[in-house]
Design a protein around this ligand. Structure first.
Ligand code: KIV
Ligand code: ZN
Length: 516
């Protein structure tokens, strides 16, 4: 990668990400994820909040000992025992950072520092908080030079006070100052302006790295993070898949790929090895038990899937018509054309040729009509469905009988009955019959025998689901024996298994009659 200026990527999946409701990672799982984050190339791993539990302490300690490459960071409040705990957990790290800080918006100060020991008025409490912040930085400096200070709830803070806090903690030795939009309240223009104002109003702002840490309560965490970068922030705090407290944090994969894909706009990049993004996303999803929505940018199952006719047609001519990132660039499985009712003939033809079927234009048209029938009933048509349709349609003999109508009535305590109508080749009037049977398939077969005036012996019958799901195609196979002992096999495919069975029987009779 070039020597151009880079934005520092601070990953907090193991700390803020793990704060997502209902999730908890074990120490070994955290270590495994930290190793993967190192492979991904993040600059800083926030490994946990050591004072919060013995497990968190152990996880931070283990990661500090075993994960090399990124800086390992531990969170603390601006409280001595937290800072000492973080310092102890990080002792063995090659590069250690303590991330300390406190709430600095009026609402945080007034609510969290209610006790009069912090002062009687809000003004007094704010002075006390500022003093605590400065002391926290100085204490953390005893453990490591690399100290980050978070000004919690900066997005809703009194700006003049925020500037004072930043100036004071930098003077105390903070090397990074984190400006979190803790409640996801900010709008991108506003948040970008806040970062720009910090550089204008805080005299020593350039002596530290200004970091942005945005939450997604209004769905703007990535936009706010990028607005921060546009205005001079040089560290982004993110989580894989955007997991985190409440609606989550800015997603690392989206933030990083936005800067990389739109380098023309941002003029800056990160050191992330994007080919590891997909794998990391899967690991986080599996370990935290948080499902990645299919439409999730960069790592969702549909992020590189094309389905509608216009898109499929354009994509097959040139992937760049509908893709701004190549799936292989983020380690994702290759782009897919998902066959649905909207895919169009071109998409079907392309999939048939990928599957090795050579079909004529007439066959394609026949298959396309059958494909549409199936696609109308199913959300997605799989390769196995296509294979079954090809077998059913292309292998078909000339139809003497064509099943036009089938009605079956069955249920507990009723006698299964079926009625059929079949078109007969060369005749204007269809044949119709009704019959009872031991079950719905038996009744349908009896009705077909009467209507066709043929009674081959049924030797074998089987049905199987071609693909998964409750709307899977059923494929029926029958073997019949004619009066001379010759066997004929018939197949039928439908999302309705009784219809598939009836079609298979009619197919076998057609083959028998064609032979005769
Ligand atoms: O959202 C937030 O403000 C935080 C801080 C602890 C950095 O997670
Ligand atoms: Zn946070």
């Amino acid at each position: 990668m070039s020597t151009e200026e880079k934005v520092i990527v601070f990953d907090t999946t193991l700390r803020d990400g793990e704060q997502a409701a209902g999730t908890r990672l074990g120490v070994r799982e955290k270590l495994e994820l930290a190793m993967q984050l190192a492979k991904l190339g993040v600059d800083v791993i926030e490994a946990g909040f050591p004072v919060s539990s013995p497990q968190d302490f152990e996880a931070v300690q283990l990661i500090a000992q075993q994960v090399t490459g990124p800086t390992i960071c531990g969170l603390s409040r601006a409280v001595d025992k937290d800072i000492d705990s973080a310092g102890a957990a990080l002792k063995k790290a090659k590069k250690a950072r303590i991330h300390t800080g406190l709430g600095i918006s009026d609402i945080h100060i007034a609510s969290k520092f209610k006790d009069e020991k912090y002062g009687k008025t809000l003004k007094d409490k704010k002075e006390k908080a500022l003093d605590m912040g400065v002391k926290a930085v100085k204490r953390a400096k005893q453990y490591t030079d690399d100290v980050e200070f978070y000004c919690e709830d900066s997005g809703r803070a009194d700006k003049e006070y925020l500037y004072r806090v930043i100036e004071a903690v930098i003077n105390a030795g903070a090397t990074t100052v984190n400006i979190p939009d803790t409640t996801g309240y900010s709008i991108p223009e506003q948040f970008g302006q806040l970062i720009a104002d910090i550089f204008r109003k805080v005299p020593n702002a350039k002596k530290a790295v200004i970091s942005v840490h945005c939450h997604d309560d209004l769905g703007m965490s990535v936009a706010n993070t990028l607005a921060g970068v546009r205005n001079g922030a040089r560290q982004v705090e993110c989580t894989i898949n955007g997991v985190g407290e409440r609606a989550g944090n800015a997603s690392l994969e989206e933030t990083v790929m936005a800067m990389r894909t739109r380098k023309d706009f941002f003029g800056i990049d990160t050191k992330i090895n994007a080919k590891e993004l997909y794998k990391t996303s899967r690991m986080v999803s599996e370990m935290l038990g948080i499902f990645v929505p299919p439409n999730k940018a960069i790592v969702g199952a549909n992020a590189f899937a094309h389905s509608s006719g216009i898109h499929v047609d354009g994509f097959l001519k040139n992937p760049l018509t509908y893709e701004i990132i190549r799936p292989e660039d983020v380690g994702s499985p290759k782009s897919a054309v998902v066959l649905t009712a909207r895919t169009g003939r071109h998409g079907l033809k392309h999939r048939l040729s990928e599957l090795g079927y050579k079909v004529s234009e007439t066959e394609l048209e026949q298959l396309y009509q059958r494909f549409l029938d199936v696609a109308d009933k199913k959300t997605e048509v799989f390769d196995e469905d296509i294979a079954a349709l090809v077998g059913d349609e292309i292998r078909a003999v000339e139809h003497i009988f064509e099943l036009q109508y089938l009605h079956v009535a069955c249920g507990t305590g009723t006698l299964p009955t079926a009625s059929v109508k079949m078109k007969v080749k060369g005749k204007d009037v269809p044949v119709i019959a009704a019959a009872c049977g031991d079950g719905p398939v038996d009744a349908a077969y009896e009705a077909i025998r009467i209507a066709a005036g043929q009674s081959p012996k049924l030797e074998h019958y089987s049905i199987k689901a071609v693909t998964g799901g409750k709307e899977a195609l059923g494929e029926a196979t029958v073997k019949v024996i004619d009066k001379n002992g010759v066997r004929f096999t018939g197949r039928g495919v439908s999302t309705d298994i009784i219809e598939a069975s009836a079609k298979a029987y009619v197919d076998a009779i057609n083959r028998m009659m064609a032979k005769e």
